[in-house]
Design a protein around this ligand. Structure first.
Ligand SMILES: [Zn+2]
Length: 221
């Protein structure tokens, strides 16, 4: 099926799309969060190393993160391909990944950039609510609760996480843009980037991405 990276700002629907696409094509979605959690749970050497940085409140160095990714994508379930979701985050990570893959005569097929305007991202992220009791997520824009302020599932009180307040959302998006803009240029430069609008409805975004993957599949045969 091929090797993919999904890029997109917080709220662009990157994770949701990765899950939807994975179900259709049967290649694993590898999110950086899962990667850290798994490596730590299994207590691998890299997992412990990453943990030691996190415990000191330090960023895990790119080199360690890249090694964790390489370890994960060499697993048997990644033979037909994989979707990297949330990695690489920085230009340094992207370059390190490409170099490591090149050593194995391997490379990423496509980088799918799910593009959503910042106004829309602010609207989406600002509409997020979470149940205080069962943590069920809601979004005032597209999945509001049946009764305002109350969880459909358990009746618990809904609240907005501090992370989703407008000021914090804006600064999260600024950080993302600063870190990711060079990545987008990098993948444009090597011809791997494909842009998909994230504002055409969830199912249509999935369809577009599947079409990109089919194209890769055809060309590799
Ligand atoms: Zn609830």
């Amino acid at each position: 099926m091929g090797k993919y990276i999904f890029l997109g700002a917080p709220g662009a629907g990157k994770g949701t799309q990765a899950v939807a696409v994975t179900k259709k094509v049967g290649i694993p979605q590898i999110s950086s969060g899962d990667l850290f959690r798994n490596a730590q749970k299994q207590g691998t050497e890299l997992g412990l190393l990453a943990k030691s940085y996190m415990e000191k409140g330090m960023l895990v160095p790119d080199e360690v993160t890249v090694r964790m990714v390489l370890e994960r994508i060499s697993a048997p379930d990644c033979k037909k391909g994989y979707i990297l979701d949330g990695f690489p985050r920085t230009l340094g990570q992207a370059q390190a990944l490409d170099e490591a893959l090149a050593k194995k005569n391997d490379s990423i097929d496509r980088v799918v950039y799910i593009k959503v305007s910042s106004e829309e991202l602010i609207r989406r992220l600002g509409g997020r609510l979470i149940c205080r009791n069962c943590q069920a997520p809601y979004n005032l824009n597209d999945s509001p609760p049946k009764v305002a302020g109350k969880c459909d599932r358990c009746g618990g009180e809904l609240y907005q996480r501090a992370d989703d307040s407008e000021d914090v959302v804006k600064s999260r998006l600024e950080i993302y843009a600063r870190e990711t803009a060079p990545l987008i240029d990098y993948y444009k430069g090597n011809g791997k980037l494909v842009e998909v609008s994230g504002e055409i409805g969830m199912n249509n975004v999935t369809k577009k991405i599947l079409a990109i993957m089919n194209e890769v599949d055809k060309n590799s045969k």
